[in-house]
Ligand binder design. Structure first.
Ligand code: ADP
Ligand code: MG
Length: 353
């Protein structure tokens, strides 16, 4: 009888719909940091400072020295599908920024308490704004304006508090703040290789000591040295290729050297990507060369013609569709293979060739 009862189709409450969508973009504290750091790089920041309480579960303080946000834009800052980076669908083909959907800050504001302090270089003061569910919270009873003027320095600081306070299942599934902290450091390490001219740091909010710091350096190789260790850079081979539709450069470890855990830093058009097929191909090449339980370091910085690429596959933009993917994977593999065979003196390797 129950089954037959008519259950009418109803529109979800807007805030409920938005909170569900936000949960796909923001999976954990590291997703917040990734979205904020992509925005900062889009805003030409050269210095990014992250401070965390409970691995970001309680508080993420994220400061950049980018161009800042105009006070007139604060109203729409956290509204879903509001962006300064594209206006028409065709813009997707030529987009050179990380952002384009205007979804990140909205998503963050739907699953946390978000405070933004921002200042343009040309302004004499900063503005601080507090957001909830995509909107500037109206002035309180005491009449404190929102946004309000305050003192500050050029750039933008985001304070994200009580992540997933309104998504109890998600919040409970994230109970290891050490692990969340490691995820964030790992993300910052990878991005700092790809963006050597940006200085990154990360620390606990209550501490003055950095757990991670990279100065601004002149090359990706210098950055790898500063982040992953100077010894590693001495074991790296430079790889690369150039075609009409894509090109890449990168560094991979030689066959006489290995890590206890695999490191894949795969960037496509500036973005860190989970590229399973490429990873699998490279990993099987190395597994035939390296001893058991030892792995390579692989950094690939690839540029693909944006007409052949769809980054809009996954809400968190970690996956992509590429035309002719097999060809690209093969090309990268050849480049690595050629370098490995030319420089390797490993016994292992010679038994393979
Ligand atoms: P998107 O990046 O897709 O445009 P976001 O929600 O991430 O969407 O950001 C919305 C807008 O806020 C951006 O288009 C940009 O204009 C502005 N913005 C966000 N973060 C920063 C920042 N750190 N510095 C300057 N402007 C920013
Ligand atoms: Mg963005």
């Amino acid at each position: 009888e129950e089954l037959l009862a008519h259950r009418p189709i109803r529109r979800l409450d807007k805030d409920v719909a938005n909170r569900i969508a936000a949960g796909e973009v923001i999976l954990r504290p590291a997703s917040v940091v990734k979205e904020l750091l992509e925005n900062s790089i889009d805003a030409q920041a050269t210095r990014i400072e992250v401070s965390l309480l409970d691995g970001g579960l309680k508080t993420i303080k994220f400061k950049d020295d980018g161009e800042g946000i105009h006070p007139d834009d604060l109203n729409l800052l956290c509204e879903r599908f509001a962006t300064s980076k594209m206006t028409k669908y065709e813009d997707l083909l030529s987009i050179s920024t990380f952002g384009f959907r205007g979804e990140a800050l909205a998503s963050i504001s739907f699953v946390s308490h978000l405070t933004v302090t921002t200042m343009k270089e040309t302004s004499d003061f900063a503005y601080q704004a507090y957001f909830e569910n995509g909107q500037l919270v109206p002035s309180d009873r005491l009449g404190t304006p929102n946004p309000k003027k305050c003192s500050g320095v050029k750039g933008t600081t985001f304070i994200v508090e009580d992540l997933f306070y309104n998504c109890p299942l998600r919040r409970r599934s994230l109970n290891n703040s050490k692990e969340e902290y490691r995820f964030i450091i790992d993300l910052l390490m990878k991005y700092s290789v790809r963006y050597p001219s940006v200085s990154f740091s990360c620390k606990r909010l209550e501490s003055t000591k950095y757990d991670f710091f990279t100065p601004c350096v002149e090359s990706e190789l210098a950055s790898i040295g500063s982040v992953y260790g100077k010894e590693l850079t001495e074991e790296l081979l430079e790889v690369g290729a150039f075609t009409t539709t894509f090109s890449f450069r990168g560094y991979v470890t030689n066959a006489n050297y290995s890590l206890r855990r695999p490191q894949y830093l795969l960037f496509v058009n500036g973005r860190l990507i989970e590229w399973q097929s490429l990873k699998r191909a490279i990993s099987s090449l190395y597994s035939s060369l390296l001893p058991k339980s030892s792995y390579p370091f692989v950094y690939i910085n690839m540029a693909i013609d944006s007409h052949r690429l769809d980054v809009n596959v996954h809400p968190a933009k970690r996956q992509i569709y590429v035309l002719d993917e097999d060809n690209i994977v093969e090309n990268v593999l050849h480049s690595i293979e050629a370098k490995l065979s030319r420089t390797s003196s490993s016994r292992n390797f010679h038994t393979v060739t």
